[in-house]
Design a binder for this molecule. Structure first.
Ligand SMILES: NC(=O)c1ccc[n+]([C@@H]2O[C@H](COP(=O)([O-])OP(=O)(O)OC[C@H]3O[C@@H](n4cnc5c(N)ncnc54)[C@H](O)[C@@H]3O)[C@@H](O)[C@H]2O)c1
Length: 266
């Protein structure tokens, strides 16, 4: 009997992958994992020195451009540089993110507005802008045998679903990003471009290591790692989820929780 195998896996080898926030944490791990799969990497970040260091590992298959996701002009320059070198943008993994802890209210008055606005600007509007620009570039790609032209992954957060009051702008932006994923998946469907998001739980990166950014001061008190594994995640668990969601061409308009089933106590 013949065994018939239908191949529905996007081949990452030689694809041009744009990773925002590539200088650190999840973005760095994701860029490194896509490189291992044979991709060409456009890394962007506001941290120039670190970003260049990461991308230097990739030799001719790497390009770092300093670009803030809140600047359309800088994102366009990064896209132009990658297209000049390799001719296309095939995949976007949007990892750039910003958070601060601050109260909504204190006995002395209302909490600050500025960090809320900054979080919405970077984590939601910036994420929309890079997807808008990269998605348009993908529409120009020659479709593969499946009719696929590209894939977009937004890094959202479990804060979109469950949060505490110290990260109001961040959690609101990430909830918006989950909804935006659905909208982008619909918008790009006719062009053969999938859009998905990942909701990481608690991952060891600069964000969770910093008291100004981390809303869970004492994780043993605030977070219940009650299933398996009972521990903080490492960035590579999110990187490998990105690879899986890009490779599997039947995953679209989906948010994947990668959090070991943790629960917040507060
Ligand atoms: N670490 C976690 O537990 C966790 C949980 C859920 C979601 N996330 C999300 O994962 C993504 C990556 O964060 P991380 O944990 O790796 O933290 P990180 O601080 O290590 O990485 C974030 C990167 O984004 C860059 N960045 C910040 N603002 C930017 C801007 N305006 N333009 C371009 N780059 C900018 C930073 O310079 C940094 O290199 C973020 O979107 C974050 O919200 C992280």
């Amino acid at each position: 009997m013949d065994v018939f195998l239908e191949v529905n896996i996007m081949d990452i080898k030689n694809k041009v992958v744009w990773v925002t926030g590539a200088a650190s944490g999840i973005g760095r791990a994701t860029a490194e994992m896509f490189f291992q799969k044979g991709a060409k990497l456009l890394g962007t970040d506001i941290q120039e020195e670190l970003g260049k260091e990461v991308v230097a590992q990739f030799g001719e298959r790497g390009l770092f451009i300093k670009a803030d996701v809140t600047s359309t002009e800088e994102s366009q320059k990064a896209i132009a540089a990658a297209k000049g070198k390799w001719g296309s943008i095939d995949i976007l993994i949007n990892c750039a993110g910003y958070t601060r802890t601050y109260p909504v209210v204190t006995q002395d008055g209302p909490g600050p507005l500025e960090p809320f606005v900054k979080e919405i600007n970077i984590d939601l509007i910036g994420a929309y802008d890079v997807a808008r620009l990269a998605g348009f570039e993908m529409t120009k790609n020659k479709p593969n045998d499946l009719g696929e032209r590209g894939a977009i992954i937004q890094i959202a957060s479990m804060a979109a679903i469950t949060s505490n009051s110290l990260i109001s702008g961040y959690a609101t932006a990430k909830a918006g990003l989950v909804h935006l994923t659905d909208i982008l998946a619909c918008a790009y469907a006719d062009y053969g471009i999938r859009c998905n998001c990942i909701l990481p739980g608690y991952i060891r990166t600069a964000i969770t290591e910093s008291p100004e950014q981390n809303p869970f001061i004492d994780i043993s008190k605030d977070i219940d790692f009650n299933l398996f594994p009972k521990k903080v995640g490492e960035p590579d668990v999110i990187a490998s989820a990105c690879v899986f969601m890009v490779e599997n061409t039947y995953i679209n308009k989906t948010g994947l929780k990668v959090d070991a089933g943790f629960k917040l106590r507060s």
